[in-house]
Design a protein around this ligand. Structure first.
Ligand code: NDP
Length: 250
């Protein structure tokens, strides 16, 4: 089978950071299977046709392990060799820790953490069959912070770091590398209201992020895409923080 029939699966690729990752990978010449609940292709206006032609839309809810496995099987049946996976889909819910419901906790853990395990398990036989590959999990710099009203979100992203380290060690012998890319504040749909210029979160961040304003989805897309080049060849099991220095600033 030719090199052109290889693809990388990106979950939550219809918008935000996932769309930017799908764009950066396609600009590198890679085919990208774009998973989301809607199955929509990335919302990136003005993309040249030769780039968007490298996107394959696929419907899969990451909280449904059977749907993830079926979507990857369908790709394989259509002749695609899955060479990589980016676990990006996620939700952010907040609320006072004394009051959040079990449903709140479960939705965040299911979407942000359990889904990473399910997608990695679904991808595993495909990656092994192609001699290995790269998995990138999108965590958050909240993974190492205690953030008021963010109990479930912080716990889910800390779990992403732990999942990354465990799979990196266990699957290294199969040629599979696993990385955690942990962004700081990035302006997307997930936080657009809070981030609006002049809003309280934005005013706080403008003081806390050394040197510059909040990051963009394109910043994260470029970093993730670089891990699929020889630059990522000797990396595994690590968390890379991409937060403009906010996580280490005092
Ligand atoms: P957005 O809300 O902008 O996009 C979320 C994406 O995930 C959409 O494509 C959505 O597509 C998809 N999605 C959501 N739930 C599911 C599901 N159950 N199954 C499949 N797809 C799903 O989020 P961001 O781009 O901001 O965030 C992306 C990732 O980056 C998340 O993991 C988030 O935690 C992380 N992150 C974001 C930061 C930020 O500041 N924005 C900071 C740190 C980390 P659809 O609705 O079509 O299914």
């Amino acid at each position: 089978m030719s090199e052109q029939r290889e693809c990388i699966v990106v979950t939550g690729a219809s918008r935000g950071i996932g769309a930017a990752i799908a764009l950066a990978l396609a600009q590198q010449g890679r085919h990208v299977a774009c998973f989301s609940r809607s199955g929509a292709l990335p919302a990136c206006p003005g993309v040249p046709a030769e780039v968007s032609a490298r996107w394959i839309g696929a419907k899969a809810d990451v909280t449904d392990p059977a749907a993830l496995a079926a979507a990857m099987r369908k790709l394989a049946d259509e002749g695609w060799r899955i060479k990589g996976l980016v676990n990006n889909a996620g939700v952010h819910l907040d609320g006072p820790s004394a009051e959040i419901s079990l449903e709140h906790w479960q939705e965040v853990m299911d979407t942000n953490a359990t889904s990473v395990v399910s997608a990695c398990q679904a991808a595993y036989p495909h990656l092994v069959a192609t001699g290995g590959g790269m998995i990138v999990n999108i965590g958050s710099f909240f993974d190492k912070l205690g953030v008021k009203r963010n109990l479930a979100y912080c716990a889910s992203k800390a779990a992403v770091g732990a999942i990354t380290r465990c799979l990196a060690v266990e699957w290294a012998g199969k040629g599979i590398r696993v990385m955690d890319v942990a962004p700081g504040y990035i302006v997307t749909d997930l936080n657009a209201d809070a981030m609006a210029a002049g809003g309280p979160l934005r005013a706080y961040l403008d003081k806390r992020i050394p040197g510059r304003e909040p990051g963009t989805a394109a910043d994260v897309g470029a970093l993730v895409a670089s891990l699929f080049t020889p630059a990522g060849g000797f990396l595994t099991g690590e968390t890379i923080y991409i937060d403009g220095g906010q996580g280490i600033a005092h």
